[in-house]
Unconditional design. Sequence first.
Length: 403
Amino acid sequence: MNSSILHLDLDTFFVSCERLIDSRLAKRPLMVGGTGNRGVVSACSYETRKFGVRSGMAMKLAKQLCPEAVVIKGNAGTYTKYSQAVTEIIKESVPVFEKSSIDEFYADLTGMDKFFGCYKFSTELRNKIIRETGLPISFGLSSNKVTSKVATGEAKPNNQMQIDFGLEKPFLAPLSVKKIPAVGSKTYESLRSLGILKVKTIQEMPLEMMTSAFGKHGQVIWKRANGLDRPPLIPFHERKSISTERTFWNTSDMVKLRTNLTAMAENLAYSLRNGNKLAACISVKIRYADFSTYSKQAKIPYTNADHIIIPKVLELFEQLYNRRLLLRLVGVRISDLVSGNYQIDLFDDTEEMLNLYNAMDHIRTRFGEKKVMRASCMGARSIGRFYNAFNGEPPMVLAHRTQ
Ligand SMILES: [Mg+2]
């Protein structure tokens, strides 16, 4: 049976949310991002693009290119809410789906043709999302994830496209190689310098040639160019979480407890970034010397940033620890995970902050997780750290070291 994979992508998501909130912004050039001196553009409307504005660009430069644009400091909480509303509609409509980022989804419709027709079903799902949330969304439908994602890109804005089985290659052939997911700006430059501009050229090359030029990455590109790469859907589980805990020989040493909680939170945030995830829920657990156990959780806007997660963990801990008893265990759990590697904090971060996180994570990945840490975590060097919590391994449980 041929598979049918639907890719849905909300159009200029943050911009569309802002326009829902304030209809005066409709059709006006609009940029969402850090408004400070060193801020970065997180999203920009189509009206700004003809001036050369792109997301990821320094806000200062974007303002020079398009001075008439309205600039809004975004609100991650608002976007998380809209994202969850769209997720709910998809969840009640399809049996298996993947939430690949805050505004992007894949659904496996294989087998549905017999009863309903995948294209008709997809059209109705898209119309339902637009009707119920007011957000424009586009889709691509084909036999595999990669072709569907490219088709969505071709359909945009606010439109849809189906690529029939067997027509993947001719559909991809005339497109620029940079439309293939996996071709970043560096690979694009290398391909261009070899005179490879269109997907068709890659399709006509033998696999061995791409492999010898680009290694394993070349193989992926070649397969995608030929509509042959079929990565599986990663089903969305709302309750997916990562957690860590630590047992003490009964203590009430607040400095030690805070240090350990900070190290745990820092560790989990690093795992999120390393696994390309964002989280929307944090919970803290404590166990008193008499074994009574309490936990408290809080919803947060999607994030993977230490400087948001650590204070929240400490705040929850302060609220929880209210009995005059020694503690024997503290734990931190992070859940409601989605894939995505947005900027660390969408709108407060500066280029310096992004560079700092990148540099810290780079050192950890290259030289070991304990090579860099916050000064406030120095007293908790033995807190275990994950390399990648999302590679299918079960979460690490720390040994009860002090017992
Ligand atoms: Mg989008």
